[in-house]
Design a protein around this ligand. Structure first.
Ligand SMILES: Cc1ncc(COP(=O)(O)O)c(C=O)c1O
Length: 389
């Protein structure tokens, strides 16, 4: 029996990097010692009122089909929060609810490009991007954000990557794994090129609430007909498992995404949608998570300061840190494997995120301080061992 070419396109790169992560997960399940810093899932409970609301709605029987694009009340809440955060005046017809930002990225990819097209993404990138972009049949073209430039986008390389086949640019701001936030001058150049070449701009803002004041600079208000904003409650409200996300874009795109939803998802569960409305209405938004992440980031920076062979890259926002391990003489992959084998600490090979991060590992610091203290001590012990051999 045969499978179509699509199955190759979605197999993705970097599967090896996740092997260590899954090994560590299985070890923890067996009750063995392992510290997992390889995934971006805050060690923080979903806010109690959100859980209460979901339980209340479940008990009330809110367990049936719902409208494909999402309930109007949730779309209104998302539109209001988007307006407040980005300054773009959007209505309900510009919002569609999807199963997390990942599902929204997938819908954007399928509705914006296809065979013969090219889609540019900023490298390093979130590891699902290659498959998410190429599932449509389009070709992924990487625009480098070089390590030597602090992982800021190389705007000249981005411009040079644009061809008559280019349909869209995808980026995450703040970035994963770099934690870099695109600044106003960078966005002005990206916006001007997008305007000139009629490119869609897909802004993945899942970590935007972790930026200063709960927002990041963006292009949505300036280029409303071309910008597609992707977000979710996963990171801002520690709700990764709820799969509550959305896409905000021009009404014509929402209509296409709605058709896709009807054959792909058929609406999010009602009790999740009601809980999402509660989350969006919580006073203070993601302020607590923001403070928690900033404190943990500073903790790791001081716990690894001066560790021979390691250089921490300070993220502007988010829950990840890239650590340059090139001075240990190891690649990111060998460091990840060696650290796990010797010390049972699971980090992620930077190579999983692209060409620019092969000599780096990524760790997630959104976890308990005692765990971070122990993990950093083990990392120091590991590098000391590497250097003495
Ligand atoms: C940059 C980026 N985009 C999208 C996602 C997916 O988020 P969600 O859980 O909302 O699907 C993640 C998750 O880690 C991410 O890091």
């Amino acid at each position: 029996m045969q499978f179509p070419a699509l199955v190759k396109r979605i197999a993705g790169e970097g599967a090896d990097a996740w092997r260590t992560h899954y090994e560590a997960l299985r070890a923890v399940e067996r009750g063995e010692d392992a510290i997992i810093l390889s995934v971006g899932d805050p060690d923080f409970g979903t806010p109690a009122p959100v859980v209460e609301r979901a339980v209340e709605r479940l008990r009330a029987g809110d367990t049936h089909y719902t409208p494909g694009p999402g309930r109007r009340s949730l779309r209104e809440a998302i539109a209001a929060s988007h307006r407040e955060r980005t300054g773009q005046a959007v209505g309900v017809d510009q919002v569609i609810c999807l199963a997390g930002a990942q599902n929204a990225l997938f819908a954007a990819s399928l509705c914006l490009a296809g065979p013969g097209d090219e889609v540019i993404a900023v490298d390093p990138l979130y590891p699902t991007y290659p498959a998410t972009i190429e599932v449509s049949g389009a070709r992924l073209v990487r625009a480098p954000a070089p390590a030597a430039g602090g992982f800021r986008i190389d705007l000249a390389a981005f411009e040079a990557a644009i061809t008559p086949r280019t349909r869209a640019i995808f980026f995450a701001t703040p970035g994963n794994p770099s934690g870099v936030i695109l600044n106003e001058p960078e966005l002005a150049v990206i916006g001007e090129l997008a305007r000139r070449h009629a490119l869609w701009v897909v802004a993945d803002e899942v970590y935007a609430a972790l930026g200063e004041g709960g927002r990041v600079p963006g292009l949505a208000a300036a280029l409303p007909d071309q910008v597609v904003t992707i977000s979710s409650l996963s990171k801002s409200h520690a709700m990764t498992g709820w799969r509550a996300g959305w896409l905000v874009g021009p009404p014509a795109l929402i209509a296409h995404a709605e058709a896709l939803v009807m054959c792909m998802l058929f609406g999010l569960p009602g009790f999740i949608q009601e809980a999402a409305i509660t989350a969006l209405g919580l006073p203070g938004g993601a302020a607590k998570l923001r403070q928690f992440c900033a404190a943990r980031r500073d903790f790791v920076l001081s716990a690894l300061a001066g560790a021979p062979g390691l250089r921490c890259c300070v993220p502007e926002a988010g829950m990840f840190m890239l650590v340059d391990v090139r001075d240990t003489g190891l690649s990111g992959y060998d460091f990840m494997r060696g650290l796990y084998d010797a010390e049972r600490v699971s980090v992620l090979d930077g190579g999983a995120f692209g060409r620019e991060t092969g000599g780096f590992v990524r760790l997630c610091f959104a976890t308990d301080e005692a765990i971070l203290r122990e993990a950093c001590a083990r990392m120091r012990r590991f590098v000391a061992g590497v250097r003495s051999t």
